[in-house]
Design a protein around this ligand. Structure first.
Ligand code: MRU
Length: 305
């Protein structure tokens, strides 16, 4: 079974509301959340009801269309959405694209184009897979994260369709378990063989020769190729280099940020320590930056770089 883009996020003009598949409740329950106001949608983005860089951008585009339908102050709506999460550049890219035409049609076109970009980059990325590849992925870069089809998971499904993929190791992805909850669920729906591992098991699996490549998505790619993605991605890239395993980033051009020169200038979201422990003081950086030297290739809809 494949998730249709409109099941993941859409504008329901009759209500009006931005309707989301609530990712906080997956895989236990597939429940839709209707955000009837822009502050409600911003809260849904902050609390990860909708998450993943391209999907955040798509949701924000629908949010601007919602604001226009409701007769809201559009500048205020844009600011509210822009302040929801800092790292994924797709959010700011989408808000800019909606500025001169915050219509439902423009938002839907942006959504369609994003899913199309995913299909194109997945086809390029699948060429990097040899027959019987055993891949490892981190976080969730599937259809849930892009509004349909997926980036890193898109690459996995395209490789699977071409009979090049044997198995996927899915990093659990502490602390919010996007891998164990969302990627595993998507791979199960797609019939792709997989196993969830604790994040801390990745090194040992590589040392045992059980990983042929690592593939992840991205939240922001700086002009020099440094890439921000879910916390733990940098560690995986270091491990992959140590074990001589290629490390691939698959992301649409909406994730490229030519204005930000290097990874050092990418804003990194620090989330509530309560997501780690309720009992002790905690630090909770949600993303890290992988330096470009550790990335074997970045794949966009335009090809393999
Ligand atoms: O905090 P999240 O779940 O929004 O983080 C998501 C990621 O890090 C994804 O890997 C990234 O957005 C790419 S999604 C195609």
């Amino acid at each position: 079974m494949d998730l249709r883009p409109e099941q993941i996020v859409r504008l329901d003009e009759a209500v009006p509301a931005v309707a989301l598949l609530d990712q906080r409740r997956l895989p236990g329950e597939a429940v839709e959340l209707a955000c009837r106001t822009v502050p409600e949608l911003a809260d849904a983005i902050k609390t990860l009801a909708v998450r993943g860089a391209p999907a955040i951008g798509v949701a924000a585009a629908y949010g601007m269309a919602l604001a226009q339908l409701c007769g809201d102050d559009l500048r205020e709506a844009e600011q509210t959405l822009a302040s929801s999460r800092p790292t994924a550049v797709n959010l700011f890219w989408a808000l800019e694209r909606m500025r001169d035409d915050p219509s439902p049609e423009r938002a839907r076109a942006l959504h369609d184009e994003e899913v199309d970009r995913c299909r194109r980059m997945a086809a390029h990325a699948a060429e990097l897979f040899e027959p019987h590849t055993r891949a490892l992925t981190h976080c969730n870069a599937g259809g849930l994260a892009t509004g349909g089809y997926g980036s890193a998971v898109g690459a996995l499904r395209a490789a699977h369709e071409r009979n090049r993929l044997e198995h996927v190791l899915v990093d659990e992805t502490r602390p919010l378990l996007q891998g164990a909850r969302l990627t595993a669920w998507e791979l199960e729906q797609l019939g792709i063989p997989h196993a969830v591992i604790a994040d801390s098991a990745a090194a040992a699996m590589m040392a045992r020769g059980e990983v042929d490549l690592v593939v992840t998505g991205a939240d922001r790619i700086a002009a020099n190729g440094d890439t921000a993605n879910k916390i733990g991605t940098y560690g995986l890239a270091v491990l992959a280099r140590h074990h001589g395993i290629p490390f691939y980033v698959v992301a649409p051009s909406s994730t490229l940020d030519p204005q930000t020169k290097t990874g050092a200038a990418i804003p990194i979201e620090e989330r509530d320590g309560g997501e780690i422990t309720q009992r002790f003081a905690a630090r909770n950086p949600a993303f890290d930056v992988t330096p470009r030297e550790l990335i074997t290739a970045i794949v966009t809809e335009d090809g393999v770089l």
